[in-house]
Design a protein around this ligand. Sequence first.
Ligand SMILES: [Zn+2]
Ligand SMILES: [Zn+2]
Length: 348
Amino acid sequence: MRALIKRDPAEGFEFDENCPIDEPVGDECQIKVTAVSVCGSDINLWKWNDVARTIASLPFIPGHEAVGIVVKCGPEATHKIRQRVAVENHFYCENCCMCDAGRGDICNKMKQYGHGKGTTQGGCSELSNVSSKYLYPINSSITDEQACLIEPMGVAHNILERIDIVGQDLLVIGCGPVGLLAIACARGMGAKKIYAADVIADKLELAEKMGADRVIDVTKEDLHETIMKATNGEGIPRICEISGHAPTLSKCLKYMRKGGKLGLVGLPKSAVTFEDPLPDLIFKSLEIHSVHGRKIFHTWEECEKLIESGKVQPEMTVSHRVPLSDFKTAYDALLSGKACKIIMDPQN
Ligand SMILES: [Zn+2]
Ligand SMILES: [Zn+2]
């Protein structure tokens, strides 16, 4: 079968026309992958930088946002042939204290699909073997592309649920794919006024189309000043930080309303410090939440409903659709910063 593979600690992926695949064993299903989307974190894997060395191990087939159809079943598989499924890539162990507490999403011994963590399997391949328990059955009429985007959309949905945005004003900092999906989810979930901040005009334009009421180009407007003015000096009650820009994260508490809730999704690459912790943090009695992935499978169910009802159209984030064999075009676009979400078709 056709697959992308990373075997060596060098830049790029190999395209293998004749990659072998085992027969599914135990509760595994073999899926024919119909769509796989490229994640921002896949850039690290492509470059094989320091981040990649901590989140992945060689060799592996990349692609952790995948959807497909079950074509073969191991003897204990719990899905049937022809079932459409999406992959939950947090492969939880079922034996640690987090799994005991029903928190497989943050399992202590988590293995990860598309990262070479405990499995070489990934979505950038024609066929893939995955244990039934990590497969979410898609029974609605949503498209394969939409189903595959539930993975990143779920991260946005998960943090928005945690910071309880219903009826609240919200600021989303960072309008990459997850930020844009957060804006659309927040709209669909019932947030009041949604502010969106970024440094790139094109992303802000899309943010507006996806449901932001007020976009803030921070190369032209001061975020702190704009938010304080817009909220009559009271500050914003909910912030979703998705830029991962450490200085922005440090400063955002200054324009956060007392009793506010801050959701952290972006990945800061340096230390986050709070200049004035007493007035900005302690005396504000804030709640700070972070998430890693999705609630299994609660988040998947909620996202599927939002898409099916038409409240969220995750495909609005798709900028490129390419056959798997054209993966270099996809990565060139991604590395040049010109792409938003890229969908690859492993059957072509
Ligand atoms: Zn992802
Ligand atoms: Zn576990």
